[in-house]
Ligand binder design. Sequence first.
Ligand code: GSY
Length: 168
Amino acid sequence: MKPFAQTWLSLGSNLGDRLDNLLAGAAFLLSHGLEWKNCSGVYETEPVGYTAQPDFLNMVIHGETRLSPLDLLEVCQQAEKALLRERTIRWGPRTLDVDILLIDDLVLDLPALTLPHPRMAERAFVLGPLGEMDPGLMEKWALPHITEGIRLRMPASDFRDRLSPKFI
Ligand code: GSY
């Protein structure tokens, strides 16, 4: 059997019930090939890129999976679809966004997937939750501790028990 790979995923939502969207997205992933290891708290974050949109809630999940990177990407995209994500503006509001940040030590440059995630080192909404959850990973990948524009909204201990694979 294929060994487990460790992976870190970033989830974001700024439309509808943002917390429910994050938890439903996480639950979808956990029922489609991702095994839960750990997660950060949920952060309220200022939008990056296209700034004329509501604040996001963001979190990072650490899981393990036997899925290939492209199959994991497919599951992430299915999770977005399951949450009825609409893409009207390219960088605009969304019910759920799931980005693969890291898979083990993989460095990939495919048309569909670049690893490590090419913009993670400049995004406080990724670096804050990741740093909270896994300081060793920050050192390993020489990631800066940028926390500007984000604040902890809910510690992981407050919602961990709502992460159920049967949510969707
Ligand atoms: O790439 C993820 C979607 N996204 C986000 C996000 O999740 N959080 C914040 N704060 N800004 C963002 N801009 C984009 S695009």
